[in-house]
Ligand binder design. Structure first.
Ligand code: PGA
Length: 301
């Protein structure tokens, strides 16, 4: 079949999002360019790959088959890249690691430890929130991800690594600082600084309060843990963060952990990759390093 790799990539992106507009945005193309490539692909196939019902598009039977095959083809191409890298740099190689912004606090220490054992490895680290990581995995733009629990049904292998306790933080002069077992009802009267939509920490905190029938108020949304911690330090409100992110602030007395009922809320960190993805030797070495050494690099205040 006389189809190009580019056409396959465009087809895969449209099939993944079932949207020409989103595919165009992700590929930095115009929507007519995407439609044109899909039209040519359908002419080559001699069959429609998408059908339109109302305002939505769906994959036809041929489209479903093509989607399955195109994902296989693109992951085989990636495999070729991995093999070439291994031949070019037998001692080193390239590793694409992506971590949740909340994980970066210990992920950097973990990577530093790994680099000492494998000094020739070339590492590319991306730090983003939960939603951004899912996108990187879906687009096959990363090898290994350290993050909170990924959603089901995405062809991912998620291996639980360790506990991630969420705690309530406050400034050291907060009026609840000495209170024991603060009831959730009392937290209702406090203002919280919240992470952005798409953050796994935020989703977990929202689920926890919803499950317990509590509506918390928030007046500020900040898109990283560092900003939340600074805001809480300045007395702008309370925050909910992973215990793994507040090591130095608690040690130096800039933040305190409130003794709130049902806290810590325990989540889990996972090591995640795409199912069927062939990892390079260095990728496998990194996975084994994380399994073996993870606790050595995590500090709790
Ligand atoms: P974050 O948390 O998105 O709040 O940084 C990590 C995760 O849940 O994956």
């Amino acid at each position: 079949m006389n189809v190009t790799i580019r056409q396959l990539q465009i087809f895969e992106m449209v099939a993944r999002h079932l949207s020409f507009t989103r595919a165009a945005a992700e590929l930095f193309l115009t929507q007519p360019a995407v439609s044109m490539q899909i039209k040519q692909f359908e002419e080559i196939a001699g069959l429609p790959l998408f059908e339109r019902l109302g305002r939505k598009i769906y994959l036809t039977e041929a489209g479903e088959e093509m989607y399955r095959l195109s994902r296989e083809i693109t992951s085989r191409l990636y495999e070729a890249e991995v093999i070439f890298d291994e031949i070019k740099w037998p001692q080193g190689g390239r590793l694409l690691v992506s971590v949740a912004s909340t994980v970066q606090y210990f992920a950097i220490r973990l990577l530093a430890g790994f680099c000492k054992e494998y000094p020739k490895v070339n590492i590319n680290l991306k730090v983003t929130n939960h939603k951004g990581l899912i996108q990187l995995l879906e687009n096959n733009e990363t090898d290994i991800v350290l993050m909170g629990r990924p959603p089901e049904g995405l062809d991912l292998i998620a291996e639980p690594l360790m506990e991630n306790p969420l705690v309530v933080i406050a400034s050291p002069c907060h009026h609840l600082k000495d209170q024991k077992n603060i009831p959730l009802d009392e937290l209702k009267n406090e203002v919280f600084l919240m992470r952005e939509q798409g953050s796994g920490t935020r989703t977990s905190a929202e689920r926890f309060f919803a499950k317990n029938g509590i509506r918390i108020s928030t007046n500020m949304e900040l898109n990283n843990n560092g900003a939340i911690k600074l805001g809480v330090e300045e007395g702008l409100g309370l925050g909910i963060v992973s215990h793994h992110t507040i090591d130095s602030e608690v040690k130096t007395g800039r933040l305190i952990i409130l003794d709130a009922q049902f806290f810590p809320v325990v989540r889990t960190w996972y090591m995640v990759r795409r199912e069927g993805k062939r990892l390079s030797a260095v990728g496998t070495a990194f996975e084994n390093f994380v399994r073996k050494e993870k606790l050595r690099f995590v500090r709790l205040p």
